[in-house]
Ligand binder design. Structure first.
Ligand SMILES: Cc1cc2nc3c(=O)[nH]c(=O)nc-3n(C[C@H](O)[C@H](O)[C@H](O)COP(=O)(O)OP(=O)(O)OC[C@H]3O[C@@H](n4cnc5c(N)ncnc54)[C@H](O)[C@@H]3O)c2cc1C
Length: 457
């Protein structure tokens, strides 16, 4: 890039503007998924909406492809781009809790651990995911499935408004009262419509919950899955529990006999009265004796960050995703077959319940269409060594293909790789054409195209 042009941008942006000539470039260009190795021309660290406006204007003027980065966790690396301009929102981390209205204003570059930290002393939480290092921006804009989904809905169901900078440089607030179409679109439609500089969330009374992982031997998978698929859909909404196939890490909290063993796990989060927890967990502990039981009282931020250390930044990740209405016996047989072949210590398959409060909005109420699905399946091949990537990818693709015959038709946009327009359309179903019309109205030239892209109608 022409040095004087870069300096021009530096003069307009409070944050750093980093180029390949800077010592900080190598660290600054990295995203969470070590499989992604892109070299942007410029990385602009944005501190406020004014920086975002200046960055958008510069990208348009210079004809640079624009990528927007929140928490940098996206599987296919949609927070960065080769040869273009990255607007890195990481400095925009402000979190302000209003205990009177139980609302939380969160900067567009915050990660969930920062939100949990700020809300917990007030006895509040915003529905997020299952790990605390993930960005608020990408997770929210794509939907948000987590420990509080059955009780309080998807993350988008707690969004009250979003401050945004649009492709034409305008700053707007999208809410039910202003720019209602845009508000509809950003609740599930990803980063297609503009840069969200801050979100206003409704928080909910969540403090110390009763939860954690309960493990059973892998071989008991059919019994565990049969129990779980019935139990969780009938359970009260204050109980959440996702199912996984995992390999037990060789860590001191696990008895040595289980180290490196493949097991079934259900990770629970009960937000109801702790006095009732023993009764609520009786059937869970009673249908089969667990091999390891770590469920108990735990502060919500601790539960939400329990897996952070197991998954540090820089591992290789390959994702596949699908939604399901039911998990039939044939699907269970296939899960057992492919789960037995987890290709590495970190690789895993998760099934998240997405019923309860997440079913209350109709499929046309937000851009997130699969309100009638009960389970979100995620298959991830994960390993530190890039040499294992072909093995991870083959396993994840084969597993996904075997189960896809039972799918509800699409998958969760935030848990897939860059899989092309047909898969984006499948994720939005009937909502796609409305999304494409709104995209045409606010971003007719598709400036925001480094994302799970919705083409302007
Ligand atoms: C370890 C791990 C655990 C995860 N767990 C969960 C989970 O429990 N539940 C769940 O729902 N998802 C989960 N995800 C998926 C996650 O939601 C997506 O990876 C999401 O894209 C991450 O958002 P980010 O801001 O960190 O990513 P980024 O890579 O920064 O951005 C992702 C996309 O969102 C856009 N974007 C980000 N911020 C903004 C903004 N402020 N304004 C406009 N566009 C923006 C980017 O342009 C890009 O297209 C997990 C991912 C990982 C890696």
């Amino acid at each position: 890039m022409n040095e004087s042009k870069v300096n021009e941008l530096r003069g307009k942006i409070r944050g750093e503007v980093i180029t390949p000539a800077d010592a900080s470039y190598e660290a600054a260009r990295k995203v969470y998924n070590g499989m992604i190795d892109r070299r942007p021309a410029l990385i602009a660290r944005c501190h406020d909406a004014a920086d975002v406006m200046a960055g958008i204007a510069f990208a348009k003027e210079q004809g640079l492809v624009l990528a927007v980065r929140g928490g940098a966790h996206n599987g296919p690396g949609l927070g960065t781009v080769d040869g273009g301009l990255v607007l890195d929102l990481a400095p925009m981390k402000g979190v302000r809790v209003d205990p009177k209205t139980r609302t939380v204003r969160v900067g567009g570059g915050a990660v969930w651990g920062e939100v949990d930290h700020a809300t917990h002393p007030f006895g509040l939480a915003v529905p997020s995911g299952f790990i605390s290092t993930t960005g608020v921006g990408g997770l929210t804009l794509g939907g948000g499935v987590g420990y509080l989904t059955r009780r309080y809905g998807l993350t988008i169901d707690s969004v009250l408004e979003a401050d945004m900078v649009l492709a034409d440089g305008r700053f707007v607030t999208a809410s039910p009262r202003e720019h209602a179409d845009l508000f509809w679109a950003v609740r599930g439609g990803g980063g297609n419509f503009g840069v969200v500089t801050s979100f206003l969330f409704q928080a909910h009374p969540v403090g110390t919950v009763y939860g954690g992982p309960i493990f059973w031997p892998f071989e008991q998978g059919p019994e565990v899955l049969r129990f779980w698929r019935e139990f969780i859909l009938k359970a009260p909404e204050d109980l959440n529990g996702w199912f996984g196939f995992v390999t037990v890490p060789p860590a001191p909290m696990f008895p040595q006999e289980y180290h490196l063993k493949k097991m079934c796990v259900i990770v629970w989060c009960y937000t109801g009265d702790h006095g009732k927890a023993a009764d609520v967990f009786k059937p869970i502990r009673g249908f089969l004796k667990p091999a390891m039981d770590f469920a108990g009282p735990i502060p919500f931020p601790a539960l939400n960050s329990m897996f952070d250390a197991l998954y540090p930044a820089g591992l290789q990740w390959y994702w596949k995703a699908d939604f399901f209405r039911e998990i039939n016996d044939q699907a269970i047989d296939l899960h057992m077959k492919h789960g037995a072949q987890l290709p590495s210590l970190h690789s895993t398959m998760h099934l998240y319940p997405i019923d309860g409060a997440a079913h209350r909005p109709a499929k046309g109420d937000t851009a997130w269409s699969f309100r009638d699905a009960n389970f979100s399946e995620t298959i991830v091949g994960v390993d530190p060594d890039p040499a294992n990537n072909p093995r991870l990818m083959t396993w994840a693709r084969d597993y996904w293909s075997a189960l896809h015959q039972f799918s509800a038709g699409g998958g969760y946009i935030n848990m897939m790789m860059d899989e092309g327009l047909d898969n984006v359309k499948a994720a939005y179903r009937d909502n796609y054409s409305k999304l494409a019309s709104i995209k045409k109205a606010v971003d007719p030239t598709n400036l925001f195209r480094v994302n799970q892209n919705i083409k302007p109608a």
